[in-house]
Ligand binder design. Structure first.
Ligand code: NAD
Ligand code: DAU
Length: 352
């Protein structure tokens, strides 16, 4: 089949990226999808098994901090679109190693912007550079209020500072060079294939292992949870229908305190495993808070709903249940990704 678009996905072996690659390859057989990923601890080619032999999919192992690799890739595949997801994504790791976050998230983004600018030149018709960002750039909310697209940036962790910086560069390339860019800032994603350093898979894995469930601080920090396939549907719309130069906030209208979420996961997991109710809850342990821990995130997704007709399709009840189910049915996957380096990470951060 002749190809109508050649797309670059960066970070396509990570959690959200692998869902996106599978979606694009299966939904658009007339697109050629090139997945560029460094395969850090967070990248896993096993996630891409369903598409690995598809004729409209190519995997390239490479590092976005290497400008020459990026330049050659643009020359070779003549991309008309970019979905840029590659990043160091875990807040706790950014507190330990901020420089890596600046390198990948800022310099890596800059390399991609430069390559797109050189390759596209004045011929920007039909081109789009889509930068995938986070709600964390807006900082921390009190008990009320929502993040809107015009909320001033106030990043407070090295991770969010690096994402905020990359967002500014992306906007600067739109205003200065006329590069067609679009940005989305999304709330916390969850679902299958998420690396178990993040709260939801970490809790499910620890329940399975009968280990303590570490809840930071008083457990009352609030996140706005979105099932990953709802993020993918938003990204598809933004890439195809979004307006260059615009920003879209994406969220699940699904605020939960961490402790409420953890208790919920405990009850679902006990039920699905046929364990006595209350067993998993007995593993909950309040531990030292994350430094600079943002109190509350919540998104006003009114713009994408109104202008692009997007809405999340998965309720929290459905999404959490199917997520727990997936991890219980894929314990081999969990065991593989938590062996080796993850063990050392866990011991260093959590002490046992
Ligand atoms: P992830 O950590 O699961 O995956 C990141 C991927 O990027 C991995 O496959 C990794 O190998 C790759 N990568 C890292 N450094 C690289 C480099 N230098 N060169 C090439 N590849 C590299 O992350 P995720 O949770 O899937 O997040 C994807 C993107 O979405 C990130 O940009 C993140 O900031 C953003 N985001 C995530 C969430 C969330 O809740 N997970 C919410 C909003 C926005
Ligand atoms: O808001 C979007 C962001 O969501 C993304 O940009 C990030 O890439 C993604 O990692 C996520 O950041 P958070 O810091 O919110 O996610 P995390 O899963 O690390 O933590 C969720 C909440 O749970 C947060 O308040 C910290 C808390 N937590 C986390 C861990 C890992 C705990 O209480 N215990 C834990 O062990």
């Amino acid at each position: 089949m002749p190809k109508t678009k050649s797309l670059l996905i960066t970070g396509g072996a990570g959690f959200i990226g692998s869902h996106l690659c599978i979606h694009l390859v299966e939904k658009y057989p007339d697109y050629h999808v090139v997945n560029l990923d460094k395969l850090t601890y967070a990248g896993n080619l096993e996630n891409l098994k369903p598409i690995e032999n598809c004729q409209n999919y190519t995997f390239v192992k490479g590092d976005i901090t290497d400008a020459e690799t990026i330049r050659r890739l643009f020359e070779k595949y003549d991309f008309s679109g970019v979905f840029h997801l590659a990043a160091e994504s875990h807040v706790d790791r950014s507190i330990e190693s901020p420089n890596e976050f600046a390198m990948t998230n800022v310099l890596g983004t800059l390399n991609l912007l430069n390559a797109a600018r050189v390759q596209w030149g004045e011929k920007t018709e039909g081109k789009m550079f889509y930068h995938i960002s986070t709600d964390e750039v807006y900082g921390s909310l009190g008990d009320t209020g929502l993040f809107r697209e015009d909320t001033p940036y106030d990043p407070r962790s090295p991770y969010s500072a690096s994402k905020a910086s990359s967002d500014h560069f992306v906007r600067a390339y739109y205003h200065t060079y006329g590069l067609p860019v679009v940005i989305s800032n999304c709330s916390n994603n969850y679902g299958p294939l998420q690396f178990p350093e993040k709260l939801i898979p970490l809790v499910i894995n620890n329940i399975l292992q009968k280990r303590e469930l570490p809840v930071y601080g008083d457990g009352k920090n609030v996140r706005d949870w979105l099932y990953v396939s709802d993020h993918i549907s938003a990204m598809d719309l933004i890439f195809h229908k979004g307006k260059a130069g615009e920003t879209y906030n994406i969220g699940g209208d699904n605020e939960m305190q961490n402790i409420e979420l953890v208790r919920n996961l405990c009850d679902i997991t006990d039920e699905l495993l046929g364990r006595e109710k209350g067993f998993a809850r007995s593993l909950i342990t309040f531990v030292k808070d994350r430094p600079g821990h943002d109190r509350r995130y919540a998104i006003d997704a009114g713009k994408i709903k109104k202008t692009l007709g997007w809405a999340p399709a998965t309720s929290a009840t459905e999404g959490l249940r199917s997520t727990v189910n997936w991890y219980l049915n894929n314990q081999d996957w969990l065991n593989r990704v938590t062996s080796g380096a993850y063990k050392k990470y866990y011991e260093k951060f959590y002490g046992s």
